[in-house]
Design a protein around this ligand. Structure first.
Ligand code: SAH
Ligand code: SF4
Ligand code: F3S
Length: 461
């Protein structure tokens, strides 16, 4: 394989450069789990090139930022942090600085990096991950800046068989599909990630079985809209059926998935969750807005009552279901009355937790051209009101958990409290006293206290 050849050569080049010392890489990931999963593949290739990882950029021979474009704030942070690398590069001229990920897929960003950040020597987009060894090789051997992004949609195939370096030993991410076809009017993702491409069920199953065999206990299937898995590759397996296939793998583990789009979330899927042996009763189902006019303008393809119907069915078949969601406040043209529909929806549904965002205009999206008369201060007030409402709901939910017994997957020790820390099937954090060798095991824990959305408890024999 061509990549393996580049990897071998880079290994030798780096060895010579470092005079036998181990070369160090600093990889920082912004954005969602999809980016985390991509970084794990890049790290896998770096390991094959002989790199170890460092948490200190000053010590690194190679620095990579995997970037996110979803909101302006995310982009500002990247520009700020890239700017700060200039001094490190001055002190350490052989350092290679690389940028990749969603932000780099945007023409104006790549141009700005090219023109204003001359110390960045490698830039690639979300579709070039498997070409990484070749691009780095060219950058190092030709001693020139290499900028590659975009590419034709038909060339965007799925790269199978890349090595993966996973950060943890308990939780793992497994990408089942790439891209998005939905074009929600506010969202940049379809522009920077391309069209939906599902992996084959065979490839997903094989990786899943490897993860279970390697001892991973909490495996999250990833995609921008996992509910439309299989619709575009003619494999004849839908998402619910894929879950059923994976769930047959013997072992002690949990399956989660994200993100689910309400327009493609079926009763078949909810029944599969309810009847599954290993499927966590946790559903991340972003509703974005509780108002029908706003949902239509967002191009979401469902309305409030359809969303509530799904939730009510899900709760009926899984009374212990933990629901989480994403919400946008201040979509262009949203009125206070329309925002109040969002407030009433969260009160009606009773979410475990919410990811709340103030609308951020993204260049090239439909919403960015819509009139947006409400001031930033006003939107911040609505945002605060939303967060306060959810905080009360979450506090009540936490308090109600006191006295219950939960099955907790132990992830590690909480550095602050010294207690063991883990998560329930509903993805709620539970801390409790115990011995470190319980890490990576499921334990029964009785909840004794609830504070700041963290439950504490005691181990049951
Ligand atoms: N594919 C997922 C979400 C990916 S982005 C889904 O459809 O649910 C994660 C979240 O970021 C979205 O759910 C949305 O709430 C938020 N988001 C996306 N674009 C945004 C924007 N322009 N401004 C504010 N929030 C945004
Ligand atoms: Fe963005 Fe909508 Fe696609 Fe989610 S489904 S990634 S919000 S366009
Ligand atoms: Fe950000 Fe790209 Fe994910 S834009 S949210 S890292 S898909």
């Amino acid at each position: 394989m061509e990549e393996q050849n580049y990897i071998r050569q880079l290994r030798q080049i780096m060895q010579v450069r470092k005079r036998g010392e181990v070369p160090l890489a600093f990889v920082h990931t912004y954005g969602c789990q999809q980016n985390v999963a991509d970084s794990e593949k890049i790290k896998g290739m770096l390991v094959q090139m002989g790199f170890s990882f460092t948490q200190t950029p000053e010590d690194a021979d190679f620095i990579l930022f995997n970037t996110c474009a979803v909101r302006e704030h995310a982009e500002d942070r990247v520009f700020g942090n890239v700017g700060a690398l200039k001094n490190i590069k001055r002190r350490h001229p052989s350092l290679i600085i690389a940028l990749c990920g969603c932000m780099m897929e945007q023409e104006h960003v790549a141009q700005r990096i090219h023109d204003s950040y001359p110390f960045v020597s490698l830039l690639f987009g979300t579709h070039q991950i498997c070409q990484f060894p070749k691009l780095l090789f060219t950058c190092v051997t030709d001693d020139r800046r290499v900028f590659v992004r975009g590419g034709e949609e038909q060339d965007r195939t799925i790269a199978e068989g890349l090595p993966t370096y996973r950060d943890g030993k308990v939780k793992a991410w497994l990408t089942i599909m790439y891209g998005c076809n939905n074009f929600c009017s506010y969202c940049i993702v379809p522009y920077v990630r391309g069209r939906e491409r599902s992996r084959t069920p065979q490839a997903v199953l094989a990786e899943f079985q490897e993860l279970v065999a390697a001892g991973y206990k909490d495996i999250t299937l990833l995609g921008q809209n996992v509910n439309s898995y299989g619709k575009n590759n003619g494999c004849g397996v839908n998402f619910a059926q894929l879950l059923q296939m994976l769930d047959k793998t013997p072992g002690d583990y949990r399956i989660r998935f994200m993100t689910s789009h309400p327009k493609d979330c079926t009763h078949e899927l909810l029944d599969t969750m309810a009847n599954g042996k290993h499927i966590a009763h946790h559903l991340h189902l972003p509703f974005q807005s509780g108002n029908d006019r706003v949902l239509k303008e967002m191009n979401r393809h469902y309305n409030r009552s359809q969303y509530l119907e799904l939730v009510s069915y899900a709760k009926k078949v899984m009374p212990d279901l933990s629901l989480t969601s994403d919400v946008i406040v201040g979509f262009p043209g949203e009125t206070y009355e329309e925002f109040c529909d969002t407030l009433s929806l969260i009160q009606e549904v009773d979410f475990t937790s919410l990811f709340t965002f103030i609308y951020s205009p993204r260049e090239g999206t439909r919403a960015a051209k819509m009139p947006d008369p409400v001031s930033a201060e006003e939107k911040s007030r609505w945002f605060r009101q939303l967060c306060d409402t959810q905080e009360q709901i979450a506090a009540q939910r936490c308090a109600a958990a006191v006295g219950t017994v939960q099955r907790v997957l132990v992830e590690g020790r909480n550095a602050k409290t010294g207690l063991l820390t883990g998560r329930t099937g509903g993805n709620i954090i539970v801390d409790f006293p115990g011995n470190e060798d319980l890490c990576g095991t499921f334990q029964q824990v009785r909840i004794t206290h609830a504070r700041n959305w963290i439950l504490t408890g005691e181990l049951l024999p």
